[in-house]
Design a protein around this ligand. Structure first.
Ligand SMILES: [Zn+2]
Ligand SMILES: [Zn+2]
Length: 182
């Protein structure tokens, strides 16, 4: 048998890789996917450790490049609307959200957020309380879809607390979502 030199073998391997490029790509994709599933917890642990170790560096980087990062995020949100929608409805995202909300950190953040919101939007709370006291929902149907039971009182104008539209949860969310996008 003729002995093959290292160089020859390398050249041959390189050529093989070039001709089987797509096949290799496919294989690596599959392999990585299986690997990620198999070592999920270990990878997550490693990632969490790494993030903790670099916390200050990451924070400093963010402060330094805040405008650039936010602009990048804004552009991403504009161009990836469908993907974001899909991701927001995915079970893995909803589960992690639930986990975060039940954690100490999540509860604290929610409390802080609520206080800040009330400081800025106190007039909304007052209008909502007034409407809740004077306008009863019992048995009424959503004014938009006319199918679901009305659960919320929606204010077009908070300076008129009793001027409300009775809506189901879905229609109400839709209205505020459209307002936030405009
Ligand atoms: Zn409705
Ligand atoms: Zn509303």
């Amino acid at each position: 048998m003729k002995k093959i030199t290292k160089e020859q073998r390398n050249r041959y391997m390189k050529k093989w890789r070039m001709t089987h490029r797509d096949k290799l790509k496919d294989y690596m994709k599959r392999y990585n996917k299986e690997y990620n599933i198999k070592h999920k917890t270990a990878i997550a642990k490693q990632r969490a450790e790494y993030r903790l170790k670099n916390k200050n560096e990451r924070k400093a980087y963010y402060i330094k490049n805040r405008d650039k990062i936010n602009e990048h995020k804004r552009l991403y949100r504009l161009t990836h609307k469908e993907q974001i929608k899909l991701y927001n409805c995915s079970t893995s995202h909803l589960l992690s959200l639930k986990h975060y909300r039940n954690s100490e950190k999540g509860k604290k953040a929610a409390c802080k957020h609520r206080k800040k919101w009330i400081n800025l939007n106190g007039f909304k709370v007052i209008a909502q309380r007034k409407a809740k006291y004077h306008i009863k929902l019992d048995g009424k149907v959503c004014e938009l879809c006319k199918i679901n039971r009305a659960e919320h009182r929606h204010h077009e104008d908070y300076s008129k607390p009793l001027d409300v539209v009775l809506l189901c949860r879905t229609c109400h969310n839709k209205i505020h979502y459209e307002k936030s996008v405009e």
